[in-house]
Design a protein around this ligand. Structure first.
Ligand code: G3H
Ligand code: ZN
Length: 283
C-alpha cells in the first residue's frame, strides 16, 4: 500500500509506480504558489505522475514548511500521484528541513566537490533520509549552464568507472548524470546516448537527467529505453510564467496591472506546458 503524506506520494512509491507502469517521471521546478498549482494541474490534466520540485536556491524566497503546505494543497484535489522533491539540495541543513516539512524525496548535490567529499555528503544525507523512508538523488559529474541564477561554466561528464563505487558506497536511490545535458536555455544540449547507456548498464539505480528544457523529445525517448526514470524541467515552465506577464505588459503599452487575472492566466499557461511535456515524454 503506497504511503500518502496528505496527498503527496512517498518518493519510493512514486518510483515504483513509474517503473511498474513504464512511465518516465518529469520533475517540474516551481518558484512560487502559482507555479506549484500549475504543475499539479498539468500533471492531473495529463493523468500522469511526476514531481513538483524546488531547488535549495529557491528556499531563499520561502521556507520548506510553507512550500510543502502549498504543494499538499495543490495536490489534494487530484488523483494523480505527485511527489515533492528537493532539487539541488545544497546542505545537510536544507535536506533535514525539507524532510521535516514533509518533502517526499530529496536530492543532495555535492557534485562540485571532489569525489570523496561528494560521497561523504551523500552518505550523511542518505543516512538521515532513509531513516524516514525518503529516497535520495545524488549527482556524479557536473552540468554546464545556468540553473536559476547560478552559472556553471565548466562541464565534467560522469565517469562510468566511478558509478558503481559511488552508488554502492553512498546508498543513493537515483543518480543524476552529466552526459552533455545542460542547465537553462542558453546552451545547446548534446546528450551522449552511448555514454548514458554505458552508465545505465553499470548503475544499480535508475538515472536522472537534469536540464530537460531544450532536449529533443526523440532523444528523451531513446534515453527512456536506457534506464532513465526522472527528467528535470525548469526553464520551460519559468519562461511560460514570465511570458504571460511580459506579453500583457507589452500589449497594453505598459499599463497592465491586473495581477489576479494575469496570475490565473499564468497558472493556465504553465499547467498547459507541464501537461504537454509530461504527455510527450511518455508518448
Ligand atoms: O534541476 C533543475 C533542472 O535541471 C532544470 O533544467 O532549466 O534546463 O530545464 P532546465
Ligand atoms: Zn538541475
Amino acid at each position: 500500500m503506497p504511503s500518502i503524506i496528505m496527498k503527496l506520494i512517498n518518493g519510493y512509491d512514486l518510483m515504483n509506480y513509474a517503473k511498474k507502469n513504464g512511465y518516465i517521471l518529469p520533475a517540474f521546478n516551481t518558484t512560487n504558489l502559482e507555479m506549484t498549482y500549475a504543475i499539479a494541474k498539468g500533471l492531473d490534466d495529463a493523468k500522469l505522475p511526476g514531481y513538483i520540485q524546488i531547488s535549495s536556491n529557491n528556499l531563499r524566497l520561502s521556507n520548506p514548511k510553507i512550500i510543502a503546505e502549498i504543494a499538499r494543497d495543490a495536490a489534494k484535489k487530484y488523483d494523480t500521484p505527485i511527489g515533492l522533491h528537493l532539487d539541488h539540495g545544497k546542505s545537510y541543513e536544507d535536506v533535514k528541513a525539507c524532510v521535516e516539512a514533509g518533502f517526499t524525496s530529496i536530492m543532495i548535490d555535492a557534485s562540485s566537490l571532489p569525489f570523496e567529499e561528494n560521497v561523504e555528503e551523500v552518505i550523511r544525507a542518505v543516512r538521515y533520509c532513509h531513516f524516514y523512508g525518503i529516497p535520495v538523488e545524488a549527482e556524479l559529474g557536473a552540468l554546464q549552464g545556468k540553473e536559476e541564477d547560478i552559472v556553471n561554466e565548466s562541464e565534467t561528464h560522469t565517469d562510468p568507472a566511478m558509478v558503481e563505487d559511488f552508488v554502492t558506497t553512498t546508498g543513493c536511490d537515483l543518480l543524476a548524470v552529466a552526459v552533455g545535458n545542460v542547465h537553462g536555455l542558453d546552451l545547446k544540449p548534446r546528450v551522449d546516448l552511448d555514454l548514458l547507456k554505458t552508465i545505465a548498464d553499470i548503475s544499480p539505480v535508475p538515472l536522472v537527467l537534469h536540464g530537460g528544457s531544450g532536449i529533443p523529445f526523440d532523444v528523451i525517448q531513446k534515453a527512456r529505453k536506457c534506464g532513465l526514470l526522472k527528467i528535470n524541467y525548469g526553464s520551460d515552465l519559468r519562461k511560460e510564467f514570465i511570458r504571460t506577464f511580459g506579453e500583457a505588459y507589452e500589449c497594453t503599452a505598459h499599463k497592465a496591472h491586473d495581477v489576479i487575472s494575469l496570475s490565473m492566466k499564468a497558472v493556465e499557461n504553465v499547467s498547459a506546458k507541464a501537461s504537454e511535456l509530461v504527455r510527450i515524454i511518455n508518448a
